[in-house]
Design a protein around this ligand. Sequence first.
Ligand code: PLP
Length: 435
Amino acid sequence: PFIQPSDNATITAADTGNVFHSWSAQAGLAPMPIASGSGVKVWDFDGNEYLDFSSQLVNVNIGYQHPAVVTAIQEQAARLATVGPAYANDARAKAAQKILEHAPEGMQKIFFTNAGADANENAIRMARLHTGRDKVLSLYRSYHGNTGAAIVATGDWRRVPNEFARGHVHAFGPYLYRSEFWASTAEEESARALHHLERIVQAEGPSSIAAMLFETIPGTAGVLMPPPGYLHGVREICDRYGIILILDEVMAGFGRTGAWLALDNFDVRPDLVTFAKGVNSGYVPAGGVMISEAISKTFDDRVFPGGLTYSGHPLAMASIVATIEAMEQEKIVENAATIGETVIGPRLAAMAERLDVIGEVRGIGVFWAIELVADAETREMLPASEMGAIKKALMAHGLLPFLADNRIHVVPPAVITADEAETGLAIIEKVLSER
Ligand code: PLP
């Protein structure tokens, strides 16, 4: 299946000469060339094969070139390649229906966007208009996308040079391994993080807060599994003060955690859910907002002041329908759960026992982080220079990894087999053992 239209050096030169890249100083960039993919593997233009333990940007949940999804896009393109958002279309209606089949109880409608950032943008807008309030409370350890409000709702470093939108406040969430709350148990961490959150709500003025925007499981920030009771407690605080709860499922949703949505793993009921990435594995850009009945009703007689030319684009919609149907038929979500429970979880736990450089492993399904430390006692993070060397070594062994700060995230496509997962984990163990 591999077609070799060029070679790595030619493609890299053509790229860096013409393409302006995200989140980077442009000089000296050498992006990895990717020519093709199939299942959990990709090939570069020189024919080298890589096992993808990153799902690109943690979005290719269904793997590369799933034939049913590719065919659905081709057939839709042949029939009607574009249609404006004000028209009714079968692919859009079906995509909304399929998403609602896997939505939490009480969700009534879907608003489609182009990606995750504008999903959060529109969820924030809905919460503000529904409540008549302004502020959005989110976590410092978070990423919500790179547009006006979404980047300011983001907690990590990417917010700081982009802080041009108003009405955003942040809190620390639970993270027992590096607790902000001097906690020593998960229960303590949960209770103290909730106390901190409620105090921020009170200090900001509860009647000024429209929404809390939380990743169900903060992803890029380190797969920070919420401790028992935390998300339930967040819901209780929202209820106490009339605040809308938006759960960002852009990275954690659609099979990543071994459940359809990450929130299915917890006792929590959101008002709005944002999604993108896994909903169609990024075959065509798409995202959206699941809207509760109450918020949906707000806009029954009142104009919703928002829209996008490509809201519900038919190629994206056809790919969503085909992706969800393939996930159902091939039991891809169940596979992610099994791989997490029987292969990734136990293997990472054993590695952490054996190797001092691993401070903690945590995760669920095909959504894991290995936290690397220079000193097991002080938990000092492994420095960037060492992380760079580890990345190079992993790639030299044919693994395409996802690294963030001092962590290796183990986030392969949800279709990965036990053998493929074992192969990738063995590469990680070898590289960490030999460093
Ligand atoms: N929300 C979360 C949790 C994400 O991980 C991301 C992207 O990584 C986004 C939102 C933004 O999505 P997009 O890049 O599709 O706009």
